[in-house]
Design a protein around this ligand. Structure first.
Ligand code: GCB
Length: 555
């Protein structure tokens, strides 16, 4: 069987950039994971937060390892790059701060073991992101575990997947469970599919696809019904390895005039973007933090989330599946095109898709954000085409998408590459006249009536310490923020063809380069403050428009 032991406790941290050979025990301080070195001073403005390489260290005795014949060490996220050493052996280098990666350590395990990790968020031109409006917190900020398996097991090294490729669809009114397993060693694979009540609806061979009659549909927020797929590797009756996925059977499609359809029914998507950070802890959110975030997003009445601008914690995608949100997932290929980082962008995309492939919530894979030919050069066009093909090769069931930015021309060649285009539209904030947002969308729709068009971002700053008796664009008041959103709501309501809209942003987030509104280092376009303590007026505006339950807001 597969045994997973979390090893987050009792690490040491050294805030020095020294080479591995020169490391001594000196100056390390005790910490527990998850950890970032940018939490406290990462949002003071001026873009001077620490971007460097620092060391983590952990001792582990053999008795602390889980049971197993083979061992793997798993990192759920180290920002942005890492080098891992196990008992003096360099296990590997990983570029990209937001996805899961693993190394096999079986042959290096001893009675007493030393793990060293060099985490690196320093500036370079080979890893995304390098330039963007958010803080790239450095450190081991997600869980680390040791996984013990038998000699024969599902392949854990396949881009950080659990060892299988699973996805559920509805085709011609039947449930199709797509299933591929990657086995190392010998053994026979068997599959059991159980409904939400625990009743077995399939038990047998891993045929691909497994076809099921009368499946209960996954129907977004209204009924996010999930099935459990239990995949076992066996030798006779002995279970060698076992993995589990939660899937939801659904179909969806996009229409250039009528927007999004879930299970054949029109399902207008209205929601928010989410960044994943909090004061002091940066990206190292706890389960409680994630739960609180999803409850707030439920409360505002959204039915879609753009998980910007990177791969979020697995746990949050779990919540989206369970709560029935429609998700746009993406990698941090953002703002700047770097030819040296082409391989990294592709690798991050592979990791995202392979790790999150089974999720009913995800309908689009975001290739890029605000990368335009005029700004990033011609190379980005050829690269977008490659990325688009890569995504289609990895997943033919979902759509590719880009978030283009507002001044970009609608006949921009980049817009012709992905299946869907959405705009980051800031008329009424960075540019005058909110109403131009509607005008721009209509012009696009008229010129390209067959293209599927959406709003990937729109928003305005609302800083709680700033007041103005006569709210106006650019004043950073929550009052103007609410007026802006009221206008945008009217624009959106009048346009059925918009497949999805995403407010920028659900929560204020750290963007150390910023220095505005009396609270430096922050982007205040959230509907809720960074510490989640205060809902702004715009939050209540959306709640009044989106949420089903009536409510009273006492000021
Ligand atoms: C954008 C970017 C986002 C920024 C936002 C803003 O278009 O995609 O990363 O935070 O604008 O607030 O300026």
């Amino acid at each position: 069987m597969r045994n997973i032991r979390n090893i987050n406790q009792n690490w040491m941290f050294l805030k020095e950039d020294v080479s591995y050979d020169l490391l001594t025990d000196k100056n390390f301080i005790e910490i527990d994971l998850p950890h970032t070195w940018n939490g406290i001073d990462g949002q003071d403005g001026g873009n001077d937060y620490i971007r460097d390489k620092f060391w983590y260290k952990k001792s582990l005795t053999r008795t602390e390892l889980p049971e197993g014949q083979k061992y793997f060490i798993e990192f759920k996220g180290v920002n942005s790059s890492s080098d891992v050493y196990f008992n003096g052996n360099h296990l590997g280098h990983h570029d990209g701060g937001y996805s899961t990666f693993r190394y096999e350590v079986t042959h290096y395990v001893d009675e007493q073991n030393e793990i060293y990790v060099l985490a690196d968020n320093a500036v370079n031109d080979r890893v995304y992101p390098q330039k963007a409006d958010f803080t790239f917190y450095g450190g081991i900020y997600r869980n680390v575990s040791i996984i013990g398996v038998q000699d024969s097991h599902f392949d854990l090294l396949h881009y950080g997947s659990k060892g299988a490729k699973v996805n559920a669809h509805v085709i011609d009114q039947k449930g199709h469970l797509e299933l591929e397993t990657y086995v190392i060693g010998k053994g026979k694979v068997s599959v059991e599919v159980k409904d939400q009540e625990g009743k077995s609806v399939y038990n047998g061979e891993p045929t691909n696809p497994i076809i099921l009659d009368n499946v209960h549909l996954w129907q977004g927020k209204e009924d996010p019904y999930l099935y459990t797929v239990d995949i076992k590797l066996k030798e006779g009756t002995k279970v060698l390895d076992s993995i589990e996925y939660q899937v939801g059977f659904r179909s969806f499609h996009f229409d250039s005039n009528d927007g999004f359809f879930l299970n054949g029914k029109k399902y207008p998507l209205r929601g928010v973007c989410r960044h994943q950070d909090r004061p002091k802890i940066g990206n190292a959110l706890t389960v409680k933090d994630h739960n609180e975030d999803i409850e707030l997003i439920k409360e505002v009445g959204a039915n879609t989330i753009r998980l910007a601008h990177y791969q979020h914690d697995d746990y949050f995608y779990d919540l989206c599946d369970k709560e029935g949100f429609i998700v746009w997932a993406e990698i941090p290929y953002i703002s700047k095109h770097m030819n040296h980082a082409n391989d990294n962008a592709k690798q991050q995309m592979r990791e995202l898709i392979i790790q999150q492939y089974h999720r009913p919530s995800i309908v689009t894979w975001g290739i890029s954000n605000e990368i335009t030919i005029s700004y990033a050069g011609k190379d980005c066009l050829a690269f977008h085409k490659k990325m688009n093909d890569l995504v289609h090769d990895l997943d033919s069931s979902r759509k590719t998408i880009i978030a283009n930015y507002m001044p970009a021309r609608i006949n921009n060649k980049l817009n012709r590459v992905p299946d869907i285009v959405s705009y980051n539209l800031y008329f009424g904030w960075y540019l005058p006249f909110t109403s131009l947002a509607g005008w721009k969308l209509d012009r696009y729709h008229k010129k390209y009536p067959n293209e599927i068009l959406g709003l990937s971002e729109y928003g305005a700053e609302g800083v709680d310490k700033v007041f103005n008796r006569f709210p106006r664009r650019g004043d950073n008041t929550e009052a103007y923020q609410a007026i802006y959103h009221e206008r945008m709501l009217d624009i959106i309501k009048a346009r059925d063809y918009i497949w999805g809209t995403h407010v920028w942003n659900m929560f204020d987030f750290a963007a150390d380069a910023r220095n505005q509104g009396g609270e430096p280092g922050m982007n205040h376009k959230g509907l809720i403050t960074f510490n989640r303590k205060r809902k702004k007026d715009a939050f209540f505006l959306y709640k009044a428009n989106w949420a089903k339950e009536p409510f009273v807001h006492l000021c």
